[in-house]
Design a protein around this ligand. Structure first.
Ligand code: HEM
Length: 145
């Protein structure tokens, strides 16, 4: 049961983080594009990567993460590494919402996102993701026991 829940957790993470990173790259290209047909095509792909990858991925990762906590509540709810992890998960959720807002702005043509800021968002998602991995894997073993 725990092993299968971990499989769902990891699949969700791949879709979630992959979807956010691809959307940030598409937004950086969109910010430089002037041709209306190319902008419309980029908008369609951005909507796909958010709605078909990042959104369901986030739901799967969070639902499976909560299920994992319930498999051993007395340990996890007192584990300091998990508290740190959840802070960074919250940061990832905020970044997810912010990318969604910037995506809608670009679609309406009212967005002020620059290519540089889209790359900055890409790098921030990557750093938060790496922080979560480090807190979850070496963090659980070495840092917070
Ligand atoms: C992008 C976000 C996340 C990443 C990158 C991530 C990463 C991981 C990884 C790599 C594992 C496997 C650890 C192992 O088997 O040793 C894991 C396990 C786990 N995750 Fe997450 N996770 C994320 C989100 C969440 C959320 C939102 C929750 C809770 C609501 C959560 C709770 C857990 C729990 C309880 C485990 C089992 C830990 C263990 O005892 O090994 N995770 N996570």
């Amino acid at each position: 049961m725990v092993a299968w829940t971990l499989v769902v957790h990891l699949c969700g993470i791949v879709l979630w983080v992959g979807g956010l990173l691809v959307t940030a790259v598409l937004l950086s290209r969109h910010a430089q594009e002037t041709a209306p047909e190319a902008r419309a095509a980029l908008s369609r792909v951005e909507r796909k990567t958010m709605r078909a990858l990042a959104d369901p991925g986030a739901l799967l990762a969070i639902a499976a993460g909560i299920t994992l906590i319930f498999t051993n509540r007395s340990y996890y709810l007192h584990a300091t590494w998990l508290h740190f992890k959840l802070l960074f998960v919250l940061a990832l959720i905020v970044l997810h919402g912010y990318l969604g807002i910037e995506m809608k702005g670009m679609q309406k043509g009212s967005g002020s996102l620059t290519s540089g800021r889209a790359w900055f968002l890409f790098a921030t998602v990557l750093v938060v993701f790496l922080a979560i991995l480090i807190i979850t894997l070496p963090g659980e073993v070495y840092l917070f026991r």
